[in-house]
Write a protein that binds this ligand. Structure first.
Ligand code: IMP
Length: 426
């Protein structure tokens, strides 16, 4: 089987953790390629619930190798915490989790800058609503060619360099009206984490390419989603990396030929966390009901997610940008009691119809959805394990999502448990 790439087709939180977990069974190596601890991938196994922020979900299988690719920005403190929490639950990452020496590190000053920038923009009503995990400032340092990478953590002059970085960023913090950080305290806090992570840091570019040459199955896991992509999302209301499939090569060092198939994960409705345009957002009791039934609260920040109807324009655009071969449609069961269901098939703005997502966020914010209505099924689907056992209206709804986005269905999920995710057709 060709290597698979899994990508979020909406604004993140599509249920990727669950699908990666499902697909990990057939993989030898699972690799994350972008983002950082802004992500929160939830996986439920029996009575156990795991929320992973940096480590690929494949870690929950004892025989899988997991890689944190060079495209990530890694908070060493958060990573150590995550590894230790897994260890406490009997899951060891030693010897099978490899962290790219080329990935950039996130430090206390990145997180402080993220918060200070958000606070300042909030005062003028222009905040992004970031997760405040230091993601934007760390990627800014990377592209400004002044970041520290995971490999640098191991060099003898690391502590001096970090102190200089913190001292330098204190100027920016002061300009933003925020409190300065004590460079020595930042270094002292990170020191034990550096020692702990030493055995995990490796040249993952070589590791992944060798695994690929040996014919090992690689599963590439994106975080966030297409509409949060710094190039293709609702800029500037985006994250600072490329969650789209194109980001997988630059975020791992694997060439395009190594990627065989692209699976798009898409929820049967839409959610978004943070600020920015969201054409199908619901501000009424239906939106509230979706939020409650779907437990739509951020896995990383606990923030309530904005909820709305399925947006086929977004789905079509995601299919185009990522080259999606098949959908993994998630959380169909959340719609069980709603009737009718609405699907956005196009946008309208100033008398013009849009069949694709416009680049300008201000224009998208003014777009009105053109809806097509579908009958609900008003019965529980959460125990279904085969597509043909779904109520007719549920099947028609899923088929319509696929028709309207031009992508066939490959996987369907009707609940958080492993047994609630199954293959369809392909
Ligand atoms: P940042 O990635 O923390 O800089 O946040 C930028 C935007 O991306 C904000 O709107 C966040 O709410 C959103 N975001 C970041 N990570 C996730 C995620 O994993 N799921 C959903 N939204 C996210």
């Amino acid at each position: 089987m060709p290597n698979a790439l899994l990508v979020g087709a909406q604004w993140g939180d599509e249920g990727k953790g669950k699908i990666v977990d499902f697909l990990s069974r057939d993989a030898d190596v699972v690799v994350r390629y972008q983002g950082g601890s802004n992500a929160g991938h939830t996986i439920e196994i029996g009575a156990e619930r795991y929320i992973l922020h940096l480590i690929p979900s494949g870690i929950l299988y004892p025989d899988k190798t997991c890689v944190i690719g060079n495209g990530l920005v890694i908070d060493p403190l958060a990573l150590v915490k995550e590894i230790k929490e897994l260890e406490q639950r009997g899951i060891s990452a030693h010897g099978r989790l490899h962290v790219s020496d080329r990935a950039h590190a996130v430090f206390a000053h990145h997180k402080a800058l993220d918060s200070a920038q958000e606070a300042l923009s909030a005062a003028s009503g222009a905040s992004i609503g970031t997760t405040q995990r230091g993601i934007g400032p760390a990627y800014t340092d990377k592209t400004a060619r002044q970041g520290l990478r995971m490999g640098d953590l191991l060099s003898p002059d690391f502590e001096t360099r970090l102190e200089q970085h913190v001292a330098e960023s204190n100027k920016a913090l002061a300009a933003l009206g925020a409190k300065p950080l004590d460079p020595r305290a930042v270094v002292a806090e990170i020191r034990p984490a550096v020692e702990f992570l030493r055995p995990f840091i490796a040249d993952t570019v070589v590791l992944l390419n060798e695994a690929c040459k040996r014919g090992r199955q690689i599963l590439l896991e994106g975080a966030q989603g297409t509409m949060l992509d710094v190039d293709f999302g609702t800029y500037p209301y985006v994250t600072s990396s490329n969650p789209t499939s194109g980001g997988a090569c630059v975020g791992t060092g694997l060439p395009p030929q190594a990627i065989g198939r692209v699976i798009g994960v898409i929820k049967a409705y839409t959610t978004r966390v943070g600020e920015g345009p969201f054409p199908t957002e619901l501000f009424d009791a239906t939106g509230e009901r979706i939020r409650k039934t779907g437990r739509e609260f951020g896995a990383t920040t606990g923030r309530p997610r904005r909820c709305g109807w399925f947006d086929a324009v977004v789905g079509r655009y995601a299919a185009l940008v990522n080259g999606i071969d098949s959908w993994a449609v998630t959380k169909l069961d959340v719609l069980d009691e709603l009737d009718p269901l609405r699907v956005c098939v196009a946008y309208e703005c100033d008398g013009r119809r849009y069949d694709t997502v416009p680049a300008c966020a201000a224009l998208l914010a003014r777009c009105r959805p053109v809806y097509q209505d579908f009958p609900g099924w008003k019965t529980s689907t959460s125990a279904v394990t085969r597509f043909q056992d779904l109520p007719v209206a549920a099947r028609s709804y899923v088929e319509a999502l696929c028709d309207l986005t031009g992508v066939p269905l490959g996987i369907l999920s009707v609940g958080p448990q492993r047994a609630s995710t199954f293959r369809v057709g392909l």
